[in-house]
Design a protein around this ligand. Structure first.
Ligand code: ZN
Length: 237
């Protein structure tokens, strides 16, 4: 019976379609891509921090340099013996002492900035490495996904071709009815086997069954429950 072959092919096509949509390789690819986007975001954040810290480092260096040159200037004045008054000498020595403390504090700040910069730069290198690894994985998963999709497409095309050949042999109005039912049920025809519709799995009542038994072989029968076209098992092969 051509209608059942058609129903089998439609079931296969819908299985293939489902496989295509639920392909594990596609999900794997999507997950890897989401991970890639996270790494890209993290790298952008790290680059922004690196640029902030580089600016902080330059400022810290300038601050240290400023204090250092002032200390040198003061010491030069001291060494040149230009300061003679004891009061002024004491002030200068006290200023130098305070500048040295200040220099040490500023150098501490500079060191902290450098340490943070080093951390950020190390993390950046590690994230960039992860990205490279992931890019390779994405390529590999993508290739597997594409070949799985190509195989499904090939099977779908074969089934579609067979379906077109069979559909051409089914009378137009019967095919039209089948297609309308298929839009509602996925599969538009089912076998009637031992008094049971294999589409909705419900048993027909005795009245319907005896009417069906009495019907001529070419009459189009419908299941009273699911309205699928019923193909009598004894006529199915
Ligand atoms: Zn039914």
């Amino acid at each position: 019976m051509k209608l059942l072959e058609l129903a089998d092919l439609d079931a296969e096509l819908s299985r293939l379609d489902h496989r295509r949509r639920a392909l594990p390789e596609s999900q794997e690819y999507d997950r890897a891509q989401a991970q890639n986007a996270e790494l890209r975001d993290e790298l952008a954040t790290l680059e922004a921090r690196q640029s902030d810290l580089t600016r902080d480092q330059a400022k810290a260096e300038r601050d240290v340099e400023q204090v250092r040159s002032r200390i040198e200037r003061d010491r030069a004045r001291l060494d040149a013996g230009l300061v003679s008054s004891p009061k002024e000498l004491e002030n200068l020595q006290s200023e130098i002492a305070s500048l040295i403390r200040r220099q040490s504090d500023l150098e501490e700040v500079e060191l902290e900035v450098m340490e943070r910069l080093e951390e950020v730069s190390q993390r950046g290198t590690s994230v960039a490495g992860e990205q490279t690894t992931l890019a390779g994985q994405l390529e590999e998963i993508g290739a597997r996904r594409d070949s799985a999709l190509a195989e499904i497409t090939e099977q779908s095309e074969k089934a579609s071709d067979r379906r077109a050949g069979i559909a051409a042999e089914i009378p137009g109005d019967l095919l039209g009815l089948y297609d309308r039912l298929r839009a509602q049920h996925t599969v538009g025809a089912a076998v009637l086997n031992r008094g049971r519709c294999e589409g909705c799995h419900l048993s027909l009542n005795t009245v319907d069954l005896s009417r069906i038994r009495a019907a001529p072989p070419d009459e189009v029968l419908r299941c009273e429950e699911c309205r699928r076209i019923l193909v009598r098992a004894e006529l199915a092969s």
